[in-house]
Design a protein. Structure first.
Length: 213
């Protein structure tokens, strides 16, 4: 075997396409974009979700409702079995001690202790939250579990539907009492009319009806 027979190991190294470097590069003039058209323009082409002009999927699907998924609180989880192996009997444990023991690497998330594993030591733990099983097992060994966050409010049960009392039947209407008809009012007598004045003959005529001279 000679030194000339030694070859470098094959590695799939594809060269980057270098555009705008003249005719000799093989990508001159239009730089691989062809002649005009939508694909040749700066910022051209069809965006993600384009389906040839038909109604795209993200518009066909219904969009309803709301949930708090992105507003949820994400806890860093520590089990009591990990506390058993990392701390001695009678130790006082808080978030700084847990992070110092490298049980949690996240520096911002609140810490929650769960009840998985065995615990035989007396530990005084102060963290953000505890599961019910973890709290009971820590207190069973003589330790204490202090939660920094207040307990979550218990949802009140829904009130039973209010049943309306049946309406009472209306009492029988009393017949109106019969009363004697009121006596008609006596009309006052009208004063007698004055007699009409006699009308004289028209001007220019005598009583006999002959015109005056």
């Amino acid at each position: 075997m000679n030194l000339s027979d030694v070859r470098a190991a094959f590695l799939p190294r594809k060269r980057k396409k270098r555009l705008g470097r003249g005719w000799g590069s093989g990508h001159g003039k239009t730089s691989g974009r062809g002649n005009k058209g939508q694909q040749a323009r700066s910022g051209g082409g069809k965006g993600p979700g384009f389906e040839g002009g038909q109604m795209p999927l993200y518009r066909r699907l219904p969009k309803r409702g709301f949930n708090n998924h992105r507003f949820r609180t994400v806890y860093a989880i520590v089990n009591i079995g990990q506390l058993e192996g990392a701390f001695g009997d009678g130790a006082t444990i808080d978030a700084a001690a847990i992070r110092g023991a490298h049980l949690v690497n996240d520096k911002e998330s609140p810490i929650k202790v769960l009840g998985s594993g065995e615990l035989s030591k007396k530990l005084h733990v102060t963290v953000d939250r505890f599961s019910e099983s973890a709290k009971q097992r820590i207190e069973a060994t003589g330790g204490s579990a202090t939660a920094l966050e207040p307990p979550r409010p218990v949802k009140k049960p829904k009130r039973p539907p209010v049943t309306k009392a049946p309406k009472a039947e209306p009492a029988a209407e009393k017949a109106p009492e019969e009363t004697a008809p009121a006596a008609p009012k006596a009309k006052a007598p009208k004063p007698p009319k004055a007699p009409k004045k006699p009308q004289g003959p028209p001007s220019g005529e005598t009583p006999e009806g002959t015109p005056s001279a």
